[in-house]
Design a protein. Structure first.
Length: 256
């Protein structure tokens, strides 16, 4: 019996021809990376094919890193430019503690949930070791040391979640957390009881990831970030320090 199942679009000759034609157009524009390629409409008319066929072929080239697209600007030669350091600096200068904690409260539970699904055995072992290391520190441990290991623990989860964009978003937040104003606030918010609870949560998150319990990992991470959010708010408003309250409400983080 003849196989009449539909072919993947990449195997349809007409689209393959479009892809080959677009490769040649990309090569022609290689010397002009700053100039956008012709629009989908123009390419469709030029090649005598549907815009859908052009769109599929462009998607293939984008996945290969041959082109990148920006809405409202056009399609350009080469891989998409990376997020630049000045952009990160502008982000840091425009945000505040409330916004950082709000983003963490939404981002990090998802990271923990994915890590529980996707972490390798080596990554699980690393996450567990870091959680144990954080729980072993004494009350007089240098705050900067705690911050470094706390950052490493959360980064290990972001790396284990298996999503490059989630990891990039985490790196942006983590860079902002390294700001001097943030470090000062974290030091004020840290209490012996809060440290013990935070250490227990690190261990619980690591255990949930090791058990592949994604729901539990997300729940404890949400509680963990909420704990830090509550402690930060208490430190800012409980101390009654006008500079701290202004820092929390306004644009507070220095250019980095």
């Amino acid at each position: 019996m003849q196989d009449i199942s539909p072919q993947p679009w990449s195997q349809i000759p007409a689209v393959v021809d479009v892809l080959g034609a677009l490769r040649r157009i990309v090569e022609e524009h290689a010397a002009m990376p700053e100039r956008p390629l012709p629009t989908e409409r123009h390419l469709s008319a030029r090649l005598g094919v549907s815009r859908r066929a052009v769109r599929h072929a462009l998607a293939t080239l984008e996945a290969e890193g041959k082109i990148w697209r920006r809405q409202g600007k056009g399609t350009f030669i080469g891989p998409a430019p990376a997020l630049s350091a000045p952009t990160l600096s502008r982000l840091a200068s425009r945000t505040n503690f409330y916004e950082i904690m709000e983003v963490r409260l939404h981002l990090e539970p998802s990271i923990a949930q994915l890590a529980a699904h996707r972490a390798s055995a080596e990554q699980i072992a690393l996450i567990s070791r870091m959680a144990e290391r954080l729980s072993s520190y004494s009350p007089d441990t240098d705050p900067a040391t705690l911050e470094r290991w706390d950052s490493a623990f959360h980064r290990s989860l972001a790396e284990a979640c298996g999503n490059r964009l989630f990891l990039d978003l985490f790196e942006v937040i983590d860079r902002i957390r390294n700001d001097a104003a943030w470090q000062s606030m974290r030091a004020r918010a840290r209490t012996p009881g809060g440290r013990r609870q935070s250490a227990r949560q690190h261990l619980e998150i690591a255990a949930a990831v090791a058990a592949r319990d994604a729901a539990r990992a997300a729940t404890v991470m949400r509680q963990h970030v909420a704990l830090h959010q509550e402690n930060l708010l208490r430190a800012m408003h409980g101390d009654g320090d006008p500079a701290l309250v202004h820092a929390a409400n306004g644009i507070l983080l220095s250019q980095t």
